[in-house]
Design a protein around this ligand. Structure first.
Ligand code: MSP
Length: 506
């Protein structure tokens, strides 16, 4: 038997300064959707997420709370586990950077860099943003971090540098030869321009930091947290411990990240990988940032979208749907409460929920809940409308264009609702001579719903399951493309009509 192709997708590993917020939920949901989708398409998916637990940021946050970094991490990591469970996230692994399996590999990587002559001791003097754990360009005045706006701190110490400058041309070749490496393309251009403008060697150790991984060859020096964190993508899949497993997964198919951490993923990471003899990931996709009702979300304003609260009010599926439908993946967007409400009522309750509910109600009414043969009319306009669905949706999903995939699926939902209006089953039902036409109409509507249960699965797993239950369908075991072939619903199926999938909200 041919083995299944591998698909390896990751999220950033999140800082444990605080529990998950909508920004983290966004990346994680997006990764979950592509993971579920590729599983549906027959891939052997590995979906990795986790937590970033070392560094000054965590050390300080713990101190402020009167905790040790270990205590802080342990309490917060639990909240990530709970949140991902609630949001129906199907990661295959969850890595924390303080696990032994990771720390060992961080040391292994630094040893390789050292042995290769890619590290040297030098003097670092410059500005540092603790919140972003990043170095800030030279400046005479005390600068604010260009990324988060917080005041930078002066930092001067002896440290190890990674010879990053040496990899400048290599990075430029990567961007030029593999333009899909960074997406969207506008982000690729940004990174390319920055690298072309010149890069400097990177300070990768500190002696003043306690909460970090010590260098094996010079334990007074501890690893810079960003290098430590990036290594999670390879430590978790067996680099340095299980070559076969590692070779099967690497290079990763997609690192999903926010635009604020692109430099680390699209410049530092491929340079490090090249230095240790590994290929870069196939794709780094940087999504945009959300504001909330037109304002930047911040602790001081206390205006973070709370994913839990949205899930309480509208359901987990609706949260997942809204985040992916509202804005094209890659662009910035505004989370407007009114827009969530509107999309819920019109697209979920109205278009999809209503299609399912009225179809199954009519099936009960006209056929005692038993799906009839599409007598005399095996295909029809819905079969035709569904024919190119797979190809279209698959293209958008492979490009991580979730909103476009959903648009395409909704075209079909709306086409199906129009079909109800065109056929008017309630009129056909009055004429005994139109019994066959009615049967075909109802069969085709039920079949359209079966198709939809498959297509909405990755974004709305609960709704998908609810639809399948009402159609008395087992879990689908075929690959998506085959399962979507028109006519899969067996006539004679006894449906089990349930409550509306998405009850309307005032
Ligand atoms: N620990 C690093 C990542 C290391 S990966 C090797 C980190 N963690 S984080 O917890 O601060 O943030 C993780 C992600 O949340 C980032 O991708 C960031 O873009 C995302 N978001 C944080 N706020 C956001 C919004 N308001 N909107 C969308 N995403 C945002 O960075």
């Amino acid at each position: 038997m041919m083995s299944k192709p591998s698909y390896y997708v990751t999220t950033p590993i999140y800082y444990v300064t605080d529990g998950p917020h909508v920004g983290n939920a966004y990346t994680t949901i997006a990764a979950d959707v592509i993971a579920r989708y590729k599983r549906q398409c027959g891939y052997d998916v590995h979906f990795l997420t986790g937590t970033d637990e070392h560094g000054l940021k965590i050390e300080r946050a713990a101190k402020e709370k009167g905790l040790t970094p270990r205590e802080l991490a342990d309490s917060v990591v639990e909240r990530f586990h709970e949140a991902w469970k609630r949001l129906n996230i199907t990661h295959n692994d969850f890595i924390s950077t303080t696990e032994e399996r990771h720390e060992r590999i961080v040391q292994h990587v630094f040893q390789i860099l050292h042995d290769k002559g890619d590290l040297y001791l030098g003097e670092y003097k410059g500005w540092y943003c603790v919140s972003c754990e990043s170095f800030i360009k030279e400046s005479k005045e005390k600068p604010n971090c260009p990324e988060c706006g917080r005041p930078a701190e002066w930092n001067a110490e002896t440290c190890y540098f990674f010879k990053m400058e040496k990899y400048q041309q290599h990075l430029l070749d990567l961007y030029n030869n593999h333009p899909g490496f960074v997406q969207p393309t506008s982000r690729l251009n940004e990174i390319r321009a920055r690298v072309a403008g010149g890069i400097r060697d990177l300070s990768v150790s500190r002696t003043t930091l306690e909460w970090a991984v010590p260098f094996p060859f010079d334990p007074e020096h501890r690893a810079y947290v960003w290098v430590d964190a990036l290594i999670n993508y390879i430590s978790a899949i067996g680099f340095g411990s299980d070559d076969d497993a590692f070779r099967k997964r690497w290079p990763a198919d997609a690192h999903l990240i926010g635009k604020d951490i692109l430099w680390f993923h699209a410049a530092i990471w491929p340079a490090l990988l090249t230095a240790i003899g590994l290929e870069p990931p196939k794709r780094v996709f940087a999504h945009g940032w959300w504001t909330h009702n037109g304002e930047k979300m911040s602790k001081s304003k206390g205006n973070f979208v709370n994913p839990d609260e949205v899930a309480d009010n509208y359901g987990v599926d609706a949260l997942r749907y809204f985040l992916l439908r509202e804005l094209p993946f890659g662009q910035d967007g505004d989370f407007r409460d009114a827009s969530l409400h509107q999309r819920y009522n019109s697209e979920l309750a109205g278009d999809l929920g209503n299609l399912v509910y009225r179809t199954l109600s009519m099936m009960d009414r006209y056929f005692d809940g038993v799906v009839p043969e599409p007598a005399g009319e095996p295909a029809g306009p819905l079969a035709e409308a569904s024919a190119s669905l797979y190809v279209d949706v698959d293209e958008q999903m492979n490009n991580l264009q979730y909103s476009r995939a959903l648009d395409r699926i909704w075209e079909f939902v709306r086409r199906s609702n129009r079909y109800v209006e065109e056929r008017k089953p309630w009129t056909l039902a009055k004429d005994p001579e139109k019994r066959n036409e009615l049967a075909a109409t109802m069969y085709h509507l039920a079949e359209a719903i079966r198709i939809l249960s498959l297509l909405v699965y990755s974004v709305m797993p609960d709704a998908s399951q609810a639809i399948r239950k009402q159609l008395a369908l087992p879990e689908e075991s075929r690959v998506l493309e085959e399962a979507l072939a028109w006519g899969g619903l067996p006539a004679g199926t006894r449906i089990q009509r349930g409550d509306p999938l998405f009850p309307k909200k005032d």
